[in-house]
Design a protein around this ligand. Structure first.
Ligand code: C6P
Length: 406
């Protein structure tokens, strides 16, 4: 496949916007990406020509909508290289996917069991496990992060015991950009008898992901960070584990037979999809997967790798700039602070120059505590970013520095 060119930007209508006198430099892709024509058109097409509820009607429209949704499920299966589409559950996104697993384990865990999370987790991969601990009497244990922004592997090994039932870990950190070695983490966790739940929110937009090669047990992600609409995402789970997981929500779609005395549940994956699903979201997600496949997942990875290397090299030239996260394998997120300046002041001054970044704790407060900082400025990449975007970030940061620090 051909390397991706800068003209990929033309497929994203929003990127043509200007902000005042400045062209938009969109570097907040870790929060959400812009959407290509293909995705916008797929959603529009659904509403113009296909809209109907799914899995319910015998009429033609309903069958077509059902086919479109199930085709999208198959695309997600292929996207993750999962063995079966029965293992793909549509959710609102990463947060709901992790809550679904954690709520189930809240019923299965015993007092004294342990759940391991890392210090670099997003709140979405902490709070659901705290709730599972509260429900079950299990304990949360934390794998520390090194100064460089890596998981402390020695600590991880010593935290793994026969009491460990779950290891819940980000594939890629939304703050540090660190790519965690999921395959190795999983081998060790399985040896201890634990299941591995991976938060893939910041990985799927950037890296080819193969859940069978990773060996993990659950994998969660959101569509909106990978060019799809908001409000849709998926959970992949190993069929043998999903079969044993208590249901998450009750309602229509998820049942086999309901009487007042007893309700039986539908087969996988529908037993975890109560209520009318986000049909247009699923179709949009399918279109986003087609879009990424048309570029090549490896080509996306290679392009962003070059951008990340340039980002590091260029921003390191700024005096008084601290970079958080210096892992050898890093993807998506680039966090920094200017010595003596508050991150939100820097972010506001960047915005006034047309550069959109995120500032604050990035829903990773324990990680901020680890570094003793209130927050960072975070530039995060997508496939449509260019070297010129990084030059603009560099110049705007230099200017912000002069304005704030003289
Ligand atoms: N991080 C960011 O700017 P949802 O909101 O469910 O789509 O994704 C939650 C989530 C879970 N894990 C990780 C690693 C994430 O980065 C996110 C979302 C955004 O970093 C918004 S806080």
């Amino acid at each position: 496949m051909e390397p991706i060119q800068d003209n990929i930007r033309e497929r994203f209508p929003l990127l043509a916007r200007t902000l005042g006198a400045y062209p938009l430099t969109y570097l907040d892709n870790g929060a959400t990406t812009q959407k290509p024509e293909e995705v916008i058109c797929a959603v529009e097409r659904y509403y113009r020509y296909q809209n109907a509820n799914v899995h319910r009607g015998v009429h033609t429209l309903s069958q077509q909508a059902t086919d479109a949704m199930e085709t999208a499920r198959e695309k997600v299966r292929g996207f993750l290289h999962a063995p079966s589409a029965r293992e793909i559950i549509f959710t609102r996104g990463t947060t709901e996917s992790i809550n679904l697993v954690a709520a189930g384990y809240g019923h299965l865990l015993q007092p004294g069991d342990e759940i391991l999370v890392s210090q670099m987790e997003h709140h979405s991969n902490i709070v659901p496990w705290q709730l599972a601990c509260a429900a079950s009497g299990a304990h949360l244990r934390v794998i520390p992060v090194t100064e460089q922004g890596l998981l402390d592997e020695t600590a991880y090994r010593s935290l793994l015991t026969p009491r460990t039932r779950i290891v819940a870990i980000a594939h890629v950190s939304n703050v540090l950009g660190t790519v965690n070695p999921i395959a190795e983490i999983t081998v060790l966790a399985h040896r201890a008898g634990a299941v591995v739940v991976v938060d893939g929110a910041q990985a799927v937009p950037h890296l080819p992901v193969d859940v069978q090669a990773l060996g993990c047990d659950f994998y969660a992600f959101s569509g909106h960070k990978m060019y799809a609409p908001t409000g849709i995402g998926a959970l992949w789970g190993r069929e043998s584990l999903l079969e044993k997981l208590p249901v998450y929500q009750g309602g229509g779609e998820m049942i086999g037979r309901v009487t007042f005395e007893k309700t039986t549940y539908a087969d996988l994956p529908f037993r975890f999809e109560a209520g009318t699903p986000n049909i247009e979201g699923a179709i949009g997600l399918g279109a986003a997967i087609d879009f990424m496949d048309s570029l090549g997942r490896e080509q996306i990875h290679q392009r962003e790798k070059q951008l990340m290397a340039y980002l590091h090299e260029k921003m390191s030239r700024i005096e008084g700039l601290t970079i958080y996260g210096n892992a050898p394998e890093k993807s998506g997120a680039f966090s920094f602070n200017l010595r003596g300046a508050h991150p939100s002041d820097v972010g506001t001054l960047l915005d006034s120059q047309g550069v959109a970044v995120r500032t604050g704790h990035h829903c990773a407060e324990p990680l901020m505590d680890r570094y003793g900082i209130p927050g960072t400025v975070r530039a995060s990449l997508a496939v449509y970013n260019t070297f010129q975007d990084i030059d603009r970030l560099f110049e705007a940061t230099q200017k912000a520095r002069e304005m704030l620090l003289g």
